[in-house]
Design a protein around this ligand. Structure first.
Ligand code: ZN
Length: 381
């Protein structure tokens, strides 16, 4: 199988030789093939390097380099960069020919990927070791301290909630990954009565976002259902997963969708977190912490919103009523342009004849007509 893969890459390069002038160093690039460390790339070794290795270490790289040699000595690069080293591209015609081959080989490498399911329970370690900007996640490669909240959740046994990273890997390359949350329910004696799972947003490697985005999400979803033996699995990417099924299978009548919901069924107790946590991650789903130290999807009573990528959080916007001084939610507050005040619902009234709100204490009520009037609008006749 492997030799076949490499032939396709070499065949494409040979095909380009018909149309494009060769770079003067063309013949020094040896053993071009799919990269071992990153199967989305190609790798090669220069004749100079082969000679150098033989001189310095006595290792001879022969006609069929081993996987170990390819991994250790070869240079991995994108097919685009390699072709630019092999050929001299001047005209737009030549450029088009080259990019046709770049696209074909890229597609080929993507379609022939072999990947494995993985689970990583060290969430903070995983995130902080990720290369930046490879999957569109704004948290990849950030400092480990930003992710301590995940460790805190896993270490706190009272909440009965665990969170881990799940995904697909091809060699060392992460193709897809997401957070899997699990809440364990117990009876009075501590015996497990039920488990609820939530598969958070799935991030896909940039190279695969156009071609295999929905497919990888669906496969990861199905893999987790099998792995943890869950029938109904709530998932952030419910819409994409279901539309993949609709595209893939013509007869969806007998297909039972196993997602149903895109939000989790439980919240997470993070009691005492403020003593231990100094930085916060950006979170896709569980992003609101309220005063009773519960992390949830519920915005209503939140005082922290975990929507920042720099280790900070957003302070939930709370207004103070300018009349009575009570704290009020944004949803339950009214701004009166007339009185230039933010007011709670108790302290404001709607003045029909003006079509706007006012501070109740600045208004008069007309018992005869049943309407409010602003004091500025009234004068003795
Ligand atoms: Zn008020």
């Amino acid at each position: 199988m492997k030799t076949q893969k490499q032939n396709i890459i070499l065949d494409s390069i040979n095909y380009l030789k018909i149309f494009l002038p060769l770079h003067k160093e063309f013949n020094t690039f040896k053993h071009i093939g799919q990269a071992i460390s990153n199967p989305l790339k190609v790798s090669y070794i220069s004749q100079g390097k082969i000679n150098g290795i033989a001189e310095n270490t006595g290792v001879k790289i022969g006609n069929r380099p081993t996987d170990e040699q390819r991994n250790k000595y070869f240079t991995a690069t994108s097919i685009e960069k390699l072709l630019k080293k092999l050929f001299v591209v001047k005209t737009s015609d030549e450029s088009k020919k080259m990019y046709d081959v770049v696209n074909n080989i890229d597609d080929y490498l993507k379609q022939n990927l072999e990947y494995k399911y993985f689970v990583d329970t060290d969430v903070s370690g995983f995130y902080s070791n990720e290369p930046e900007n490879y999957n569109g996640s704004c948290m990849a490669g950030k400092p480990e301290s930003y992710f301590k909240l995940y460790d805190y959740i896993n270490d706190c046994s009272r909440n009965n909630v665990s969170v881990k990273i799940v995904g697909f890997k091809s060699k060392d390359i992460i193709l897809a990954r997401g957070l899997l949350w699990c809440k364990t329910y117990r009876d009075a004696l501590g015996g497990i009565t039920a488990k609820a799972y939530f598969l958070d947003r799935i991030y896909i490697h940039n190279k695969l976002q156009n071609s295999s985005f929905a497919k990888l999400q669906f496969e990861l979803y199905q893999t987790i259902r099998k792995f943890y033996k869950v029938d109904l699995l709530r998932a952030y990417n419910k819409t994409q997963i279901e539309s993949h099924i609709l595209n893939k299978y013509n007869n969806t009548e007998k297909f039972i969708f196993k997602c149903k919901f895109c939000r989790p069924s439980f919240a997470v107790n993070v009691e005492g977190y403020e003593d231990k946590i100094n930085h916060y991650p950006y979170m896709d789903t569980f992003r609101y912490i309220d005063e009773s130290e519960v992390l949830s999807i519920d915005e209503a009573d939140a005082n922290k919103i975990l929507d920042q990528t720099d280790g900070h959080y957003t302070e939930a916007e709370k207004h103070c009523c300018d009349e009575c001084g009570d704290y009020i939610d944004v949803d339950n507050s009214v701004y009166s342009e007339l009185d230039d005040q933010t007011l709670c619902l108790d302290c404001s009234v709607y003045i029909d004849e003006r079509g706007e709100h006012a501070n109740r204490s600045n208004t008069y009520y007309n018992d005869y007509s049943g309407s409010y009037h602003h004091e500025d609008d009234l004068s003795r006749a």
